[in-house]
Design a protein around this ligand. Structure first.
Ligand SMILES: Cc1ncc(C[n+]2csc(CCOP(=O)(O)OP(=O)(O)O)c2C)c(N)n1
Ligand SMILES: [Mg+2]
Length: 558
């Protein structure tokens, strides 16, 4: 074997793991890796970002899309701390990701050298694992372990710290072969018990979501639901798991939840949660399912044993990956007639009724705008968003096809991190070439708007529908509820977003009326470069269901 620098070996190991894209912001701490990207530029594209938060979000989005770790490279202290938002997002969203951090050289360590941070303690509560590679000969071992750790069980982020001096050592070791996530299979006894619980139930409801779904497992889930005529809800921000057009679809169990679906979750006598973590947002703040012991019978199927019986004491906990779970469930034989057929029909009817919009004031009709998106977007378009009330229009009114078609179409942070949507959309556009549509708020957009430069530099386009209501509307809504009329810290004085977009090389337009949207959206789909469509939204239109004034009035009457 010929010797090569550790920095080159790292890139070679990534290629062996199937990596084609890495994201990052350079630093002098890892020049030897940058040189590795130069050496292997035909095999892997290093996407240069403008802020590590944007880079880490792109890597996280890539991990969500592909099910394999998204890769991000950043420099020490300031770079690593900027990137931490993406690491935390990958953690709460259970997304496989590996963050590489260029570090101070070993002979400087522990003096609080320039930009030095102790990553083991800094990332300890944010990452599944943090390790430092001190010996260049062991790079293949550390990288293979990072991939295995990021994907196995409950997926999540791993941080690998790279001392600067180590990266220039010459070594003659070969990469370890590609690792894949291990499958965990449900045991036959548990499946028999699940079948008995189903037979004993009157109002069962499936909640599907989380990572690890493939086309095969989603198809198997659909067959299980069809065999047993089970209503299926998708967990918060996993709206692309089960086909929203299917007659068994019950809606998404997330923020801004359909009150009728909330009632059905409470009223169900058997919840079968397949994949999701059952976090605060999917459980209505632990009220739809009361923690730690829900009133409903609970079957929880999750890829990580640690996640089971952690928050919820389940009646039946099954440790299984989605592929194995769905394929086991689809062969559970169902009786010819089931007592809950009417219940399942009613769940779907509630979902369909919830697609009927409320009448809200102003010249912008958001449900009509989402309907135009649905009409004009190709079925495989990727929809992304960050955090804010603006996202609820898409969440409530857009219908995803579900992974039965094999492609993820929603990239949204269950962690509720603002600033996620713009980089996630750009990452999806760069890595898949599919149409990427981002819904953003005026607050949310500016958290990572600088990444438009990244899109333009890498020849990618995204379409951003920016809802400008001149405020951190979500916070204002909470403010009016708890401190009516005391507006504090939630108003925004905004730049000219359309002009800002144009400065980056995107097209930029502003609309003030619903009818203006369709031609602008069609033009955005047709043009080669990305587009920001700024939609001027009345402050009164605060949620999909009601006005800000109504919230204030209700609070003042209390
Ligand atoms: C990184 C981050 N910072 C702060 C928050 C708290 N937060 C949640 S929503 C929100 C306001 C979002 O404003 P905007 O994007 O304008 O959307 P709107 O609610 O007005 O639709 C804030 C500040 C957050 N979720 N994430
Ligand atoms: Mg806003």
């Amino acid at each position: 074997m010929t010797k090569q620098a550790a920095g080159h070996l790292i890139v070679e190991c990534l290629i062996e793991q199937g990596v084609e894209f890495a994201f990052g912001v350079p630093g002098e701490s890892y020049l030897a890796v940058l040189d590795g990207f130069h050496a292997y530029r035909d095999k892997v594209r290093f996407i240069i970002n403008r802020q590590e938060g944007g880079a880490a979000f792109m890597a996280e989005a890539h991990g969500k899309l592909t099910g394999r770790p998204g890769i991000c490279f950043v420099t020490r202290g300031p770079g690593a701390t900027n990137a931490s938002i993406g690491v935390h997002t990958a953690f709460q969203d259970s997304t496989p990701m590996v963050l590489f951090v260029g570090d101070v050289a070993a002979d400087m360590r522990d003096r609080e050298a320039f930009q030095e941070v102790n990553y083991l303690t800094f990332f300890a509560p944010l990452a599944k694992r943090v390790e430092r590679i001190d010996d260049a000969k062991r790079i293949p071992e550390y990288i293979a372990r990072a991939f295995a750790t990021a994907m196995n069980g409950r997926p999540g982020p791993v941080v690998l710290v790279l001392p600067e001096d180590m990266l220039t050592h010459e070594v003659d070791v070969a990469p370890l072969p590609r690792v894949d996530a291990v499958e965990a299979w449900s045991d036959p006894g548990s499946l028999r018990k699940l079948r008995e619980m189903l037979l004993a139930s009157a109002r069962p409801l499936v909640i599907a979501g989380g990572g690890g779904w493939t086309m095969q497992s989603a198809q198997a889930l659909q067959r299980f639901a069809e065999n047993w005529k089970l209503p299926v809800g998708n967990a918060f921000r996993f709206q692309d798991t089960f086909d929203n057009h299917h007659p068994l679809y019950a809606g998404d169990v997330g923020i801004g939840l359909n009150p009728k679906l909330a009632a059905r979750v409470k009223d169900s006598d058997l919840i079968i949660a397949i994949g999701p973590r059952l976090g605060e947002m999917t459980t209505g703040g632990y009220t739809l399912l009361e923690a730690p012991r829900p009133r409903q019978k609970l079957v929880h199927i999750h890829s990580s044993a640690e996640e089971l019986n952690r928050v919820y004491n389940a009646d039946l906990a099954i440790n299984s990956t989605m592929n194995a779970a769905a394929r086991s469930l689809e062969v559970l034989t169902a009786p010819v007639s089931l007592p809950w057929e009417e219940w399942s029909r009613a769940c779907n009817a509630d979902y369909l009724a919830n697609l009927e919009p409320q009448k809200l004031p102003g010249d912008i009709d958001m449900p009509a705008i989402v309907a135009v998106m649905k009409k004009l977007l190709p079925a495989d378009a990727v929809l992304t968003n960050g955090a804010g009330n603006f996202a609820s229009w898409m969440h409530r009114f857009f219908k995803h096809h579900g992974l039965v078609k094999g492609l993820k179409t929603q990239l949204a942070p269950t962690v509720g991190a603002m600033g996620y949507g713009v980089p996630a959309g750009i990452a999806a556009a760069i890595t898949t070439g599919r149409v990427a549509l981002t819904m953003a708020g005026d607050g949310d957009f500016l958290m990572n708007g600088q990444e438009l430069a990244t899109a333009v530099q890498h020849g990618a386009k995204s379409i951003i529908v920016l809802l400008n209501n001149g405020m951190y509307g979500t916070i204002r809504m909470h403010q009016e509820r708890d401190y009516p009329t005391h507006v504090s810290g939630s108003q925004l004085h905004n730049p000219d977003f359309a002009a800002l977009a144009r400065a980056y090389g995107y097209a930029g337009v502003r609309i003030t009326k619903t009818q203006e949207f369709e031609p602008e959206f069609a033009a955005a789909l047709a043009r080669a470069e990305g587009t920001v469509i700024e939609v001027m939204l009345d402050q009164e239109v605060i949620t999909t269901r009601g006005t800000l004034g109504a919230i204030t009035d209700a609070a003042l009457k209390r």
